[in-house]
Design a protein around this ligand. Sequence first.
Ligand SMILES: [Zn+2]
Length: 174
Amino acid sequence: MGKRTKQYKKLMRAFELLGFRQPYQLLMTSDVVLDTIKLDLIGLFEKTLSTKGLKPMITQCCIRALYAKNVGPNRDPAVVAAIDRAKTFERRRCGHLMDKDPLTERECMLSVVDPKGKGENKFRYVVVTQDEWLRDRLRSVVPTPLMYVRRSVMILEPMSSSSVQAREREERAK
Ligand SMILES: [Zn+2]
């Protein structure tokens, strides 16, 4: 087993002490689906997290962001492929209504991951996004494993300092 694989397994075990359970709920933004369309995305997740216990998910707003790209005369076949792939994921009903102004993916993700705005990842999502702003923002929503893809390699970020503090509180309480 590679060094990185071991490190990631250890990291996910630490998250499991904070309430994560398999199948892990992988909540993705549209950019991940688009950027990985030529890759075996689920295979990558399985390899990175050393498990087949995964539930890929996408919110209504994030899949809608893909549909919004699929317009006009110069449609990108990659977008169509991304939509087809995203349709195979479990749809997270975020409840943001289509007839109102749609939320940005950032707003949608923040409201789904931290519904009460208390800095807690209530439903224990693993968040997968290429959006650095969003990952940065979610470092203070705990505990949240954060993943992204760079040059066909899937990265699991080290636990954020806020999540580490949550873990320490948890251990002290035992
Ligand atoms: Zn939404």
